[in-house]
Design a protein around this ligand. Structure first.
Ligand code: SF4
Length: 327
């Protein structure tokens, strides 16, 4: 597969979690976490996925990795349906898809040494001797900017940034092609965030990884990503090249998110849109456009009818403002 070919494809993916209630614990409702997401991630790119907490982006990451089964829809990785394979084929597929978790404090087992943590993936995979695993662990530690002597230590002996480096080494030791970076710097001090971001970028340049970079803020996503999808209540509301999205955001929600980013040159906000109120419950989704209770440009039709997706100057946008611009 060449750089730029489609590596991952999501086709109308839905994920709902049932809510049980009553004496017989019947399903009384559901959390609609992901509501029909279709997108493609290309080999070698960083695809940014951004939205507020609770918008479904972490659930979507879990569905992509096969950690959660979609309620409907398909996840196709390198031509294979992630949920239709089993046995050795499934293990092989999962080895190619790894994750770097948000919280480097929670995600490392405190009772395991760094060598055990980083080498675990190879042990599970099988077929390696102890000395081969040891050599590979040392190689990975060096790749992520740690020292060989760190292998014998435990997670509590490291800073947040170093722990995230351990988490990255653990994900990359099995030679994945695709890595979900689930808010990998949001739990870190601002001073070390840039180091981890630069490390991920350097590793991508050298080894050609494809990243799905999940974040709740646009700043980091802008720096990391080739393309960005903006998610709101389980739906992609805008998807564009990073430059287009930041220069000419089309969806009112994207504009509102951007309004929180100060313009570097002037020190003023780029946009004046204001995002008020909390994200509505994913159990009881608003009628029509799910963003309408918070949208400063809401029209009558928005309360009644779900907007279709339009393509405007190459950008995918789901909003009634563009009903006249159908592709
Ligand atoms: Fe706002 Fe209407 Fe567009 Fe929804 S469809 S984002 S409510 S203008």
């Amino acid at each position: 597969m060449a750089k730029g070919d489609v590596l991952l494809s999501l086709k109308d993916v839905v994920k709902q979690f049932p809510i049980k209630g009553g004496v017989f614990l019947r399903t009384v409702d559901s959390v609609k976490a992901v509501n029909g997401v279709s997108l493609e991630v290309r080999e070698g790119e960083t695809f940014g996925l951004v939205g507020e907490s609770g918008c479904g982006k972490t659930t979507l990451g879990s569905v992509i990795l096969g950690l959660e089964k979609p309620t409907s829809g398909q996840v196709i990785f390198d031509g294979q349906d992630v949920n239709a394979v089993s046995g050795a084929q499934k293990r092989k597929l999962h080895q190619q898809m790894q994750i770097v978790f948000q919280d480097p404090f929670e995600s490392l087992n405190p009772r395991m040494t760094v060598e055990e943590i980083v080498g675990e993936g190879l042990r599970i995979q099988g077929g390696y001797t102890r000395s081969e695993i040891h050599a590979r662990v040392l190689e990975m530690l060096e790749r992520v900017g740690l020292n060989p002597e760190h292998a014998r230590r435990y997670p509590h002996e490291f800073s947040g940034g170093q722990r995230q480096r351990i988490g990255i080494a653990r994900a990359l030791i099995v030679n994945p092609r695709f890595v979900v970076c689930d808010e990998p710097v949001s739990a870190l001090d601002v001073s070390v965030q840039a180091q981890i971001i630069n490390l991920l970028r350097d590793l991508q340049k050298k080894y050609g990884y494809t990243y799905l970079f999940v974040a709740h803020g646009l700043n980091v996503v802008r720096y990391m990503s080739d393309r960005v999808a903006v998610m709101y209540l389980g739906r992609i509301v805008e998807l564009a090249d990073t430059d287009s999205l930041f220069k000419n955001p089309l969806h009112p929600y994207t504009r509102a998110l951007l309004s929180a980013i100060p313009d570097i040159d002037s020190g003023e906000d780029v946009f004046s849109a204001v995002l008020s109120g909390d994200v509505p419950s994913p159990v009881h989704l608003p009628s029509g456009c799910p963003f309408h209770p918070r949208c400063s440009q809401c029209m009558d039709i928005c309360r009644k009818q779900m907007p279709e997706e339009h393509i405007v100057d190459g950008t995918r946008v789901r909003c009634h403002l563009y009903d006249g611009d159908k592709a």
